[in-house]
Design a protein around this ligand. Structure first.
Ligand code: ADP
Ligand code: MG
Length: 256
């Protein structure tokens, strides 16, 4: 077996998170290797969004270790997670992007500005360069010609593709998606799934929380099934989805 450790873009070990008395993540470990697509599936309330929020530093773990490549973000020590200092956290934030269920675009900025703003503000990219790259990414997302519209003039599927272009504009090493199509009609869903498939074909490293099982099986290299704040089962996509080993996974998949 090859040792993939050097290829891990992100690694979480023994992650724990509680809100008050509610334990939401209970000893979660996972890693995403460079060029891999990981799908995270599981019932509502199982902790999937909290997992992504901890991986993207929107929430802090209570315990466990988190690293982006060689960059240590948090270290489990004496039963709690000790976080790195602000400069390291800022560096870590530049390594990932996050696409939300509800797009979260800036409503009063144009499509082009939504994509081109952050590279200028956060990375000091020259405006011309940021806009040229934004146009390229929008074309890649099948949105050429929409640059000057504002988000409310687009369909939900188009807005979500703008959100993906915006995340890509920061050149992340890994892109996270939290149920990117669950706010969309079936026909709009397909355009967004197609865009994500194309990114997978270009070997973009991604971790995707999704309820689209056929999509997960096709696109993901590995699937994690989460329930009750735990990883119940993990493995190659066809194995977990077509031949789950755990009764709980079978039960969950039977509802699709
Ligand atoms: P999923 O995304 O799998 O549906 P979540 O991570 O959203 O699951 O939620 C897991 C559990 O954590 C749920 O019981 C939810 O109510 C609880 N939870 C999530 N966020 C918070 C919060 N900020 N405060 C309190 N409880 C929360
Ligand atoms: Mg969720």
């Amino acid at each position: 077996m090859t040792d993939n450790r050097d290829g891990a873009v992100v690694r979480l070990s023994h992650g724990r998170k509680a809100f008050g008395d509610t334990e939401v993540l209970r000893d979660i470990s996972l890693e995403v290797n460079s060029g891999d697509v990981l799908a995270v599936i599981g019932p509502s309330g199982g902790g999937k969004s909290t997992l992504l929020r901890c991986l993207t530093l929107l929430e802090h773990l209570d315990d466990g270790s988190l690293a982006y490549g060689d960059l240590e973000v948090a270290r489990g020590e004496g039963g709690r997670a000790v976080y790195a200092r602000a400069p390291e956290l800022k560096a870590a934030r530049e390594r990932f992007g996050l696409v939300f269920q509800n797009f979260n675009l800036f409503p009063h900025r144009t499509v082009l500005q939504n994509v081109a703003d952050a590279p200028q503000v956060v990375k000091g990219a020259p405006r011309g360069e940021a806009e040229a790259r934004a146009r390229e990414l929008l074309a890649q997302m099948d949105l050429a010609g929409k640059e000057d519209l504002v988000p409310c003039e687009l369909s939900g599927g188009q807005q979500q593709r703008v959100a993906i272009a915006r995340a890509l504009a920061m050149d992340p090493q890994v892109l996270y998606f939290d149920e990117p199509t669950s706010a969309l009609d079936p026909e709009l869903t397909q355009g967004v799934l197609r865009a994500i498939r194309e990114l997978a074909a270009r070997h973009m490293t991604m971790a995707i929380v999704t309820h689209e099982m056929a999509f997960a099986r096709d696109v993901a290299d590995r699937v994690v099934f989460m329930d009750g704040g735990r990883v119940v089962e993990e493995g190659p996509a066809e194995q977990v989805i077509d031949h789950p080993a755990e009764e709980r996974t079978r039960e969950f998949l039977a509802s699709y």
